[in-house]
Write a protein that binds this ligand. Structure first.
Ligand code: 5GP
Length: 192
């Protein structure tokens, strides 16, 4: 019988580079990791593409997905809804693939509660100052949005201790290898 894959949550403040390291880890794992694509009500950014970075939904569509139990976890973040579509995650896990959910902390806490076998990894910046400069350097948000995300980041950093692992994103090569190592360790664990 195929072993179930590991459900891994990856969280971290905006601008920490978690998207980049998750993408690199998926490339290195050569098809053994399924990256969940979330649904969101936020407006697409220029780099976004429907069904690739997110499924873009209206508030009404999102609410009906919740009502129909199609969402594994969801949260409101900086004024928009974000949620994980349930079916693709369950399908991938039962095919033995590891699944990464790149989600914020409220959603991560829901997964921790409802999926005891999930592994929670927090991607931390080398320092708060470094985070601020990366977020500004990204150039995708207005000053107001940047300040709001930095404020949210402070709350997120405070929740770091709820996670099983902390990966410091100092060098992306090392940080992406760390994610793969954590998944490998999970596979080797003796399940009770
Ligand atoms: P962004 O708007 O920058 O793409 O994402 C904002 C935050 O929402 C990020 O921290 C991202 O990880 C989180 N996020 C993305 N998808 C989901 C999801 O499905 N559920 C939850 N809870 N958070 C998500």
């Amino acid at each position: 019988m195929a072993k179930q894959g590991t459900l891994m949550v990856v969280s971290g403040p905006a601008g920490v580079g978690k998207g980049t390291i998750v993408k690199l880890a998926c490339e290195k794992a050569e098809g053994k990791i399924h990256l969940s694509i979330s649904a969101t009500t936020r407006a697409p950014r220029p780099i976004d593409s429907e069904g690739v970075t997110y499924y873009f939904k209206t508030k009404e569509e999102f609410q009906s997905m919740i009502a129909n139990n199609e969402i594994l976890e969801w949260a409101e973040y900086v004024g928009n809804y974000y949620g994980t579509p349930r079916k693709p995650v369950e399908d991938a896990l039962s095919r033995g693939l590891d699944v990464i959910l790149e989600i914020e902390v409220q959603g991560a806490m829901q997964i921790k509660k409802n999926f005891p076998g999930a592994v929670l990894t927090f991607v931390a910046p080398p320092s708060y100052e470094e985070l601020e400069s990366r977020l500004r350097g990204r150039g995708t948000e207005t000053e107001e949005q940047i300040l709001s995300r930095l404020e949210t980041a402070k709350g997120e950093l405070a929740l770091m201790e709820e996670y099983d692992y902390v990966v410091v994103n100092d060098r992306i090569e090392q940080a992406s290898d760390d994610l793969i190592t954590i998944l490998r360790a999970e596979q080797l664990k003796q399940k009770a």
